[in-house]
Design a protein around this ligand. Sequence first.
Ligand code: ADP
Length: 460
Amino acid sequence: MRSLHSQVSLYIMTVMLVIVLLFSFITNIAINKQFEGYIINQDQVRREKIIDDLQESYNGMTRSLDLDYLHTLGMYSMRDGYFLSVYDSTGKMIWDAETHDMPMCRQIMKDITKRMNRRKHRGGFKTYSYDLMQGSQKIGFVSIKSYGPYFLKENEFQFIDSLNIIFIAIGLISFVASIVTGGILAKKIARPITKTAEITKQISSGDYSIRFEGETKTKELSTLISSINNMAVALDRQEQYRKQLTADIAHELRTPLTAIRSHLEAMAEGLWDATPERLNSCVEEVKRLSSLVVDLDRLAKLEQENVKLNIAAVDLLEITQTVCNNFEKEAHDKDIEISIEGIACNALADKDRITQVITNLLYNAIKYTPKNGHIKIQVKDDGGNGIIVIEDNGIGIHQKDMPYIFERFYRTDQSRNRKTGGAGIGLTIAKSIVEAHKGRITVESTEGKGSCFTVVLPKI
Ligand code: ADP
């Protein structure tokens, strides 16, 4: 498998090379075509010039062409590849290149043919006749024989050659430039991806502490990098959490199990009598263990993906009232006054699960509110959401604990809570249920003054 860097540089190099070659090829063809047009035009100009010069050399007095001039013009033209045959008005030949110097004519024709064939411009010598006029009077005619459709002189071929050399040089320079730029660009593109790949590899091998340092200006790469960093943070947290969870469960089980074991051993060895009080104490510990297991089981079910909710229209005020009635005894025992305000608020929700949320919140409110306290419950409807607010004037929560209280097994004061019997799962369960309903749960609290939990549930 090839590396991303080499692949990207190969792509960039190929693309640039194709562009350069295509550009050179098209430019070369276009310039050659233009040059060919220019040469054909020059050929035409040259013929017209010969005709003009011949016409100008006509002497009106002697009614004849200037033979000396004709000779000079004929020789010059012959050297340039134009073989003239000039005739007077009666059709009598006055001057003819081939008659004048046959060997030279043959040599020049041979040279031109050889030159043109060598460059693959195949053609042949053709003769065209033109009338020589003096006003409207015909004074003779000239046959011009030359290589057609066009021919190039040696210096013109040299010009084309140097153009081609320039194109090849440009091509070579562009090729080298495309390798260098391709390499640099590929490095720039591939580096963050390669680094990201290395980081994900390390993450997959269990090193969650690693982070992608440095920046990239590419939007997608920046999103990828921050997603990977966030994933590493989440996995790290998850890993810590997992370790913590095992330790917490072991811790939670150890205390009641040790108590039960020591009690039962003492009774079994006959050191203690199996009195109803002692047996009851064991039963209490077993009950605590059972409720912990029930809570954990409930949480595990909630945390499974696609929690199945039995959605139906429920009245949040009605549920709240029912839960309050269930806590009447506990509230009475602590002389806590519970008030409910609000209007009937229908929402689509799982009745049992929402009952669980309110139960957990109210249970905590009673638990963490001293005697003669007050708990105020409000049920509101903001149009799109049903809102339940449970406010107590109990012990409150310290600011440092606020971010963690919804986490599993988190208790603000371990010893205090163990006495009250909480395992730190109630709020985690409440949060999972609310989030499964696409709602949110928040808390505001001042230590020593009380706490206020707000549950917002979308009505549909
Ligand atoms: P627990 O079973 O310990 O009550 P929870 O998950 O229900 O567990 O609550 C987590 C922690 O949040 C509790 O240990 C307690 O310290 C704090 N807490 C919850 N509700 C209240 C409240 N109404 N007043 C004060 N502290 C609270």
